[in-house]
Design a protein. Structure first.
Length: 323
């Protein structure tokens, strides 16, 4: 048995319940992980509200770090006591323990602590996929990052600078602007200003090569207006709600633009893809090219308050839940 956050209906943070659940022994190809740190992400809100609906009752959470405490048959490359981390397409990391497929876990190197590991498996691998595969950022590219003080955004700002990009960042407050500037952004804009005009001015009216937009509905059309001809809009989140249907002709009018809606798990669907991506991420963190900012922590049983603060935009960087 273990304690976990569960939902039995969709709704606000109050639907999160702290419950006792059965875990059991790992089956073939599985391990049982005792969590030491759990990551909070906006996808958890989408699943709590039913924007991403599934079978109920359900757990929440997609990333965590911990220690293996039991191994099932046919698991050869992991052992009891190994420090591991993961991001899974099946929710359930808001728990003290869980069963997980062994081939979806990666060993955590000694130079990365558990809280950092829990903060970067979903967010860091997402940042890598967006910058290196969805649109491959090149030296000299001007790029625009929305929600740049958030868990993914702050990692992207630093990684993009490492790649030689000129980074324009949009944030929601002066304190977040200061944080993002300290992490390397070239131009930081508040979301209350006319940021389309500011982006156009900064790029000598040319526009940016790519916009990374996790906000969704409230920013989508204006993000298109920031792109140069043949530019790419990467819409990867719905913080303000899902993007409304739009006419493809809008892309032609603005210069034959591209729009894509990526999902991380399509980029790490095979074991080699996952291990290569994780090794690259750990290397970037280990050599200090990307600094992981954990802005706040909560007890796991207080996940409802963490959700309230996330939705009210009171958080910055990564948020960690502690079992």
């Amino acid at each position: 048995m273990t304690q976990a956050i569960r939902i039995h209906s969709y709704g606000g943070p109050d639907v999160l319940k702290w419950e006792t659940v059965e875990v059991g022994d790992p089956a073939s190809g599985q391990v049982r992980v005792r969590h030491t740190a759990v990551g909070l992400n906006f996808i958890d809100v989408y699943e709590r509200t039913g924007l991403y609906a599934g079978a109920l009752p359900s757990g929440l959470g997609r990333e965590a770090a911990g220690v293996i405490e039991a191994i099932g048959p046919d698991v050869d490359d992991l052992k009891v006591g190994d420090r591991v981390a993961y991001t899974l397409s099946v929710a359930g990391s808001y728990s003290e323990r869980r069963l997980a497929p062994a081939d979806r876990l990666v060993k955590v190197p000694d130079f990365i602590d558990d809280r950092t590991a829990a903060a970067i498996m979903l967010k860091g691998l997402t940042a890598r996929a967006l910058l290196r595969r969805t649109y491959r950022v090149q030296p000299g590219d001007a790029i625009l990052v929305h929600a740049a003080a958030g868990g993914v955004g702050l990692l992207m700002v630093q990684w993009a600078k490492r790649l030689g990009a000129r980074v324009i960042a949009i944030v929601g407050s002066d304190s977040k602007a200061k944080l993002v500037k300290e992490h390397g952004a070239d131009l930081v804009l508040l979301d209350t200003v006319d940021w389309v005009a500011a982006v156009r001015d900064y790029t000598n009216k040319q526009g940016v090569a790519v916009v990374y937009d996790s906000v969704g509905q409230a920013t989508f059309m204006r993000s298109l207006d920031c792109l140069k001809p043949l530019g790419t809009l990467v819409t990867y989140g719905n913080a303000s709600g899902p993007v409304a249907p739009f006419a493809p002709l809008e892309l032609a009018k603005r210069g034959s633009l591209f729009v894509t809606r990526p999902i991380l798990y399509h980029y790490i669907s095979t074991r080699p893809e996952l291990t290569e991506a994780a090794a690259d991420l750990f290397d970037m963190v280990g050599k200090g090219a990307v600094r992981v900012h954990i802005g706040q922590t909560y007890a796991l049983r207080d996940a409802a308050q963490a959700h309230r603060d996330l939705e009210a935009r009171r958080t910055s960087g990564a948020t960690i839940l502690l079992p």
